[in-house]
Design a protein around this ligand. Structure first.
Ligand SMILES: [Zn+2]
Length: 570
């Protein structure tokens, strides 16, 4: 009897564990921090480990990485981490997370893994030695990872070696193209289509990056963009300076190869850009003669007409090369009126103002500034609304999960799919930490939510910045600080001398003598009014000063500086 019960219980737990669980740890409510966990019984595979760049309200934070609390204690179950391509929002968090997870095997195409290796070495010298790499040499490779069988398919994206992933499980087949776009007439390879994915073992779940769900513009075909760029390059009256992203490796390759064809020299500037191109060159993905690429400090040795500078900073980032050039702080490049300046990338939301300022400054310095608003010199690496519809039609998935974008893009992708004839109940919009379970029936969204709170990286510190610290930084940045130094007699608890006040970023002290005098009086009163029967309780006095002085300063100035009481007992 007991045995029977035991067997029944085992069967029940088996029934519960033998299902596919899809858990996004990031990338469902933002652009970046992409990371998805696939779990089947005791097998886990992970897709991507990306960073998210900080928002404006996170001063001093370098980047944010996915929260891996859910994987704590399950490290031994992780069969592999697959990387869809080498962009930082897909590999950027790997140096920290792989270490925390005890370096599970990593799977990817050659360029992806080479960029990953570089990223690890940049983070910690020698750490790349820990990598256990499974290189996808051929797109037709299949890799068995526990209960999962993984296969791959090519996708169009702005970096070479971007792949889509097919995950076969006993219950369903998951299709995930990573980042993708749909190029009608690609320049460097055959047209990529997705009809073959409709023939996979059903049911199929399509997890589709939907960043372009609201983009109803016709995408600029690659060929048009390259023709425009090539015309600009060959007709430029003087030097040509191109500001772009270091992640646009495919585009930089095209420019390099064209430059070589027409006998121009190219100087690259920007650490990440030089590194990316070097890695791609070493793997043979970019084939240019040694003499085509010249160091930036040698450009003056050639006639202006022969020079192309490709640099980072098209978003106006403060420290990037293009900003330094514009501000006259670049050691080797000063802008001349005859230079042609090209912005070859789209604007990341939130950077509009900075880019506008950069544009204005460039127009003051050069007569030939070209950007995407006036000429098609940029082609997005992400599919548009029309492209999403095309892929849905080609793949014909049983279930649709829009992924890798802010919530509203996911919702728009859902609407789009419904317009294309998809049934609403077969579409699932997951948040970070949602758990989608899939057994032999329909997938269903559980009530469970795994932890996904921000893990912020600040310099070399990982996750040691809390929201309290962040709030402090915001306060300091907005309203400055106000330090009140109080000396008290250790025995009597009485104030010695008048309190000292230091303020930064709040008021100009010399012009606010009256306010400071009033503040000193308030502090004196706090100490005098204290119950004489209690000893000098430092925390109490500090809190009182913080509260009273804080609201007093607010009533006078309508600003809330950070009030820092310092008590010195003598
Ligand atoms: Zn990408």
């Amino acid at each position: 009897m007991i045995q029977k019960k035991q067997i029944k219980r085992d069967q029940e737990t088996n029934k519960k564990t033998n299902l596919l669980r899809i858990i996004p740890l990031g990338g469902q409510e933002e652009v970046g921090r992409n990371m998805t966990v696939f779990e089947y019984h005791k097998d886990i595979i992970i897709l991507d480990m990306g960073v998210q760049f900080p928002e404006e309200d996170m001063p001093g934070i370098d980047y944010i990485i996915p929260n891996i609390c859910y994987l704590k204690g399950k490290e031994k179950n992780i069969r592999a981490v697959i990387f869809s391509h080498g962009h930082l929002d897909h590999i950027g968090a790997a140096p920290i997370l792989l270490e925390q997870l005890g370096y599970p095997p990593v799977v990817g195409r050659p360029l992806t893994l080479a960029l990953l290796k570089n990223r690890l070495e940049d983070h910690k010298k020698g750490s790349a030695k820990q990598l256990r790499s499974i290189i996808i040499r051929n797109i037709t490779d299949r890799i068995r990872l526990g209960k999962f069988l993984t296969k791959f398919f090519p996708v169009d994206h702005s970096i070479m070696d971007a792949i889509g992933i097919i995950i076969e499980t006993p219950h369903a087949t998951v299709l995930h193209p990573g980042d993708w776009t749909y190029e009608e007439d690609p320049v460097s390879h055959r047209k990529v289509q997705y009809h073959q994915l409709a023939k996979l073992k059903r049911p199929t779940i399509l997890m589709l990056e939907s960043l372009g769900a609201t983009n109803t513009n016709k995408r600029v075909p690659e060929r048009v963009m390259y023709n425009n760029l090539q015309r600009l390059i060959s007709q430029a009256p003087g030097r040509i300076i191109i500001g772009t992203f270091s992640s646009q490796i495919e585009r930089i390759k095209q420019i390099l190869e064209f430059a070589e064809k027409i006998g121009k020299k190219v100087a690259l500037d920007g650490y990440s850009m030089k590194m990316n191109i070097e890695v791609a060159k070493q793997l043979g993905y970019i084939k240019v003669k040694k003499e085509t690429l010249i160091p930036i400090d040698k450009i003056h040795r050639y006639p202006d007409k022969q020079i192309i500078v490709i640099c980072t900073g098209a978003q106006g980032e403060g420290n990037a090369v293009l900003s330094r050039i514009v501000n006259g702080q670049h050691r080797f490049v000063q802008i001349k009126k005859s230079d042609t300046i090209v912005f070859s990338s789209s604007i990341i939301p939130g950077n509009e103002r900075t880019i506008q300022r950069l544009k204005d400054n460039l127009y003051r310095l050069s007569d030939n500034v070209v950007h995407s608003d006036i000429m098609d010199i940029h082609s997005s690496g992400h599919g548009t609304a029309e492209d999403i519809a095309t892929v849905l039609k080609q793949v014909k998935p049983d279930y649709f999960l829009p992924v890798y974008a802010n919530h509203y893009f996911l919702k728009e992708a859902e609407k789009l799919a419904i317009r294309e004839g998809f049934r609403k109940e077969n579409i699932f919009i997951l948040d970070n930490g949602s758990v989608l379970e899939f057994d032999h029936g329909r997938p269903h969204l559980t009530n469970q939510k795994v932890p996904t709170s921000y893990v912020m990286v600040d310099g070399l510190g990982v996750g040691d910045i809390s929201h309290v610290v962040l709030r402090d930084r915001q306060m300091l940045a907005e309203d400055g600080m106000f330090v009140v130094i109080v000396k008290i007699d250790a025995e009597t608890g009485k104030l010695i001398n008048s309190p000292d006040i230091i303020s930064r970023g709040f008021i100009y002290m010399k012009e606010n003598k009256k306010l400071l005098d009033q503040t000193r009086d308030k502090v004196k009163k706090i100490l005098k009014d204290r119950d004489p029967r209690t000893s000098a309780d430092e925390t109490f006095i500090k809190n009182k000063i913080r509260d009273v002085i804080g609201s007093f300063l607010f009533s006078k100035t309508e600003r809330r500086p950070m009030v820092l009481p310092v008590i010195i007992e003598v």
